[in-house]
Design a protein around this ligand. Structure first.
Ligand SMILES: C[S@@+](CC[C@H](N)C(=O)[O-])C[C@H]1O[C@@H](n2cnc3c(N)ncnc32)[C@H](O)[C@@H]1O
Length: 231
């Protein structure tokens, strides 16, 4: 009995990972959720990113209005952003692109009615998939920027996917607003964090975007950038 108890304790101690050990695994999952852990990561994203996505879509709905007919969300994860976009732009056609099959499954369940009605299409892939779509009015990317090895190249792909009056909305957090263990884990995985909003603005400008607005709400950031100078 005594031996069994101490065995249990040892097993539990082994399972009890420190934050430092857990974070790199979690950071990898955020970049491309997979397996059972990926499924759990998706559920955590729903809780953690819900308000941010809602705020972003509110900003877009206030500004975008009725001219937004085609929207793509890249890195759509578990599909909460898509759900808000569908509600805010009921007449628009939407696409969600993600390279994680686990995330697409969650997004499919969350937005089943819109998929059935043909309003929403989900695609397993990366930003090269944008080339197969008709030109769109809006591309949304929330908490995805960190994972692009060459963000400028990816933003250029986004710009090419936009119609003349199109815009991109990039949602992110600055390094200082992330827990230290997560900052370290992102670094260890080669993910990119940003110290200032200006760095993100420069990326957008260098990728060819114009009229770049920076919106903030507490730790949440969104930069909204247009393809053309005048709209
Ligand atoms: C941190 S999650 C954010 C998900 C969602 N946008 C949100 O705010 O909850 C990042 C998502 O982007 C996806 N992703 C990262 N890089 C990608 C890429 N190059 N192409 C497609 N999906 C990507 C990941 O699979 C993951 O689902």
């Amino acid at each position: 009995m005594g031996i069994a108890l101490s065995d249990q304790r040892t097993r539990r101690a082994k399972l009890r990972l420190t934050n430092a050990q857990r974070s790199p695994v979690f950071a990898r999952q955020l970049a491309q959720p997979h397996g059972l852990l990926g499924h759990l990561t998706g559920r955590m994203m729903v809780r953690g990113n819900c308000c941010f996505n809602e705020w972003i879509v509110d900003q877009l709905a206030d500004r975008g209005g009725s001219e937004v007919r085609r929207i793509v969300e890249v890195g759509s994860g578990p599909g909460i952003g898509l759900a808000y976009l569908l509600a805010a732009f009921p007449d628009a056609q939407l696409w969600g692109i993600d390279h994680s099959a686990v995330m697409l499954k969650q997004a499919r369940t969350r937005n089943a009615a819109a998929i059935r009605s043909g309003q929403l299409t989900l695609t397993n892939g990366d930003l090269d998939c944008l080339g197969a779509l008709p030109l769109v009015d809006l591309v949304v990317a929330v908490h995805v920027l960190y994972f692009w090895a060459d963000p400028q190249a990816e933003l250029r792909k986004v710009r090419r996917a936009l119609g003349e009056n199109g815009a991109v909305s990039v949602g992110y957090q600055l390094r200082r607003n992330m827990p230290y263990s997560m900052q370290e884990a992102f670094k260890a995985n080669g993910h990119r964090l940003f110290d200032t909003d200006e760095l993100v603005t420069t990326l957008l400008r260098d990728a060819g975007f114009r009229r770049i607005d920076v919106l903030t709400r507490g730790p949440h950031r969104m930069q909204l950038a247009t393809r053309a100078q005048f709209q």
